[in-house]
Design a protein around this ligand. Sequence first.
Ligand SMILES: Nc1nc2c(ncn2[C@@H]2O[C@H](COP(=O)(O)OP(=O)(O)O)[C@@H](O)[C@H]2O)c(=O)[nH]1
Ligand SMILES: [Mg+2]
Length: 211
Amino acid sequence: MNPVYHQAKFINSSPHIKNAPADQGKEVAFAGRSNAGKSSAINTLTRQGSLARISKTPGRTQMLNFFAINDQWRFVDLPGYGYAKVPLAVKKKWHELMEHYLTHRKSLCGIILVMDVRHPLTEFDWQMVTWCEHSGLPLHILLTKADKLTYGAAKNTLLQVQKELKDTHFPITLQLFSALKKNGIDELHQALDLLFGSDENPDQSVTSIPS
Ligand SMILES: Nc1nc2c(ncn2[C@@H]2O[C@H](COP(=O)(O)OP(=O)(O)O)[C@@H](O)[C@H]2O)c(=O)[nH]1
Ligand SMILES: [Mg+2]
């Protein structure tokens, strides 16, 4: 467990990259289909019940939601994708926004791809895997809602997904997760520590500031 993630604070929401926080330090992005469980995963890993708004209406939140962990590290909750009822124009806009964000954001240091364990590796998930592969971005996959399956079935899915990704040529790690049962938090914290590329935590290097 890394308590640094518990201090995450909301910065802002924006439909454009131009309102994003300054492109410095390091940023980890949470991507995945609408309703996959991105916001719930952020709330669970930060131990903050309503930090990222949990939407019951899929496809509603076409926003980049930024959170500060400390003055160097951020999360961004990316707009969901793959919701069939979204009009074509919205899908096109989403595609442009994502492409722009993923190719231009210098502080982006890794992606957490959130998938519902019952529906892994959709066409959109593969697109994200391909984008990461092209840009050499490390990827960690969360197979969430693991509570919806028996442990054996969830484990089988994990192995199956691992097998399907074996031919990709960049670092991918994956795990089971449940926001409901709060399972997999330690593993997720460790994956985030690796994505942020540091066991040296900027906060821990400052012991105390004399007054
Ligand atoms: N059973 C279960 N439901 C979950 C889990 N994570 C999210 N959900 C539910 O799935 C729905 C979508 O979650 P949300 O976090 O808003 O997904 P997002 O659109 O990817 O941000 C909500 O109704 C959540 O309560 C989980 O681990 N287990
Ligand atoms: Mg959400």
